[in-house]
Structure formats: structure tokens, C-alpha cells
Write a protein that binds this ligand. Structure first.
Ligand SMILES: [Zn+2]
Length: 202
């Protein structure tokens, strides 16, 4: 998707981006009330996103926000800005100057969301590490500490050392949570996750 397609076809107006988020599984397509009735989508003045769900049962009339149960629940930022931010982030348009200019976000918000997405990616890699490198490949290895922030949603490791490597050419990555950074801990991981004949850079 290009930036032009994003602005023309998705974030141009509220109904369009909400339909796009629903069709891509990022917002719920339907909602069941606590009273078991199927809730109806609607437009509501004066609430976040202007959209939500209302129970049709006269004795119930429960209301639910459009973001409930989604990735965006708990975020106090308009959905359109979050969608644009996710696009920019995924396309490596991540400098603070760029994001400030285009989203009008403060530095704190930018840092928070960049860290949040980085840590989500780290968690994803940790779940399923794969061997990387190979003959002629250069693998850079490093240890970092992750997960010292608290997020409104999602499981986060607390102060966890992570050992990882990245193939300079293919950008393939592995990450493993480690208890310590001793040679006894790291050498077996290097042997398991870096294919022999790779050049290893520390
Ligand atoms: Zn209800």
C-alpha cells in the first residue's frame, strides 16, 4: 500500500477507515451484549471515535465502545491517527521529527507507541526463534534489556535480558530470553541459532 492509497482509500473519512479496520480484523464486526442480544452499531455524539454498539433490548440498552476488545482499546488517540502511525512505523518512517510533523503527536506519545510496537515485535520473536545466517552471512549479536514499561494491555516481560542476532543481509532475526549473560548461557545459544560458517560480529 502506498501513502496515497492510505489517505485516499482508508483514512479519508470515519466510515471508510472503520469499515477497513473491521474487514481486516482490527475491530470487531459484531458485538454480543452481556444480556446475550446482538448489539447494533451506531453513531453517538460526544464519545471517542463517535461510533459504538448499543443493545436493542429495551430493558438493557447497554453501550459498548467501538474499540472494545481490540488492539486500540485503552489508547486515547483517534483511530485514524493510530492507523496512520502504524503505516508510518511499518514503512520505517519513524523519526520523531517526521511523526511530530505529520501526526502532531508530542514526543512522549511518539516514544510510548514506538516502544510499545518494538516490544510487541520482541515478544513475537521470542515465541518462535529460528536459526539464522549461513555461509558468507554476517550475523550481529547483542544483548538488551526489555520490558521495563507497563502497558495498558498485553502481557509484558518484566526486566528481562534478551539475547539476539540479526543477519545483516536478510535481516532475519532470532531472540531468546536469558537469565544471565555468561558464556555458559550464550555459547550454546550461538551454536543453536546461528548456522555454522556465519561470520559473527559482537
Ligand atoms: Zn443487552
Amino acid at each position: 500500500m502506498t501513502l496515497k492509497q492510505l489517505f485516499r482509500n482508508i483514512t479519508r473519512d470515519e466510515d471508510t477507515w472503520i469499515a477497513w479496520l473491521k474487514s481486516n480484523g482490527l475491530l470487531a464486526k459484531g458485538m454480543i451484549c452481556t444480556c446475550s442480544r446482538i448489539m447494533r452499531p451506531g453513531t453517538f455524539a460526544g464519545i471517542a471515535d463517535g461510533k459504538g454498539w448499543r443493545c436493542p433490548e429495551k430493558s438493557c440498552k447497554n453501550f459498548a465502545f467501538m474499540r472494545i476488545g481490540s488492539f486500540f482499546e485503552g489508547a486515547h488517540i483517534p483511530l485514524t491517527e493510530l492507523v496512520e502511525f502504524l503505516y508510518f512505523w511499518a514503512d520505517n518512517l519513524q523519526t520523531t521529527a517526521f511523526l511530530r510533523k505529520n501526526l502532531w503527536w508530542g514526543e512522549h506519545t511518539i516514544t510510548y507507541w514506538k516502544n510499545f510496537l518494538r516490544d510487541l515485535c520482541v515478544e513475537e520473536f521470542l515465541v518462535n526463534p529460528q536459526p539464522i545466517g549461513g555461509p558468507g552471512h554476517i550475523v550481529e549479536i547483542d544483548e538488551s534489556k526489555f520490558g521495563h514499561r507497563k502497558y495498558s494491555r498485553g502481557h509484558m516481560l518484566s526486566c528481562q535480558w534478551v539475547f539476539g542476532g540479526i543477519d545483516r543481509e536478510t535481516k532475519d532475526t532470532f531472540m531468546i530470553a536469558v537469565q544471565d549473560r555468561s558464556a555458559a548461557t550464550l555459547i550454546p545459544l550461538i551454536q543453536s541459532y546461528i548456522i555454522p560458517s556465519s561470520t559473527i560480529l559482537f
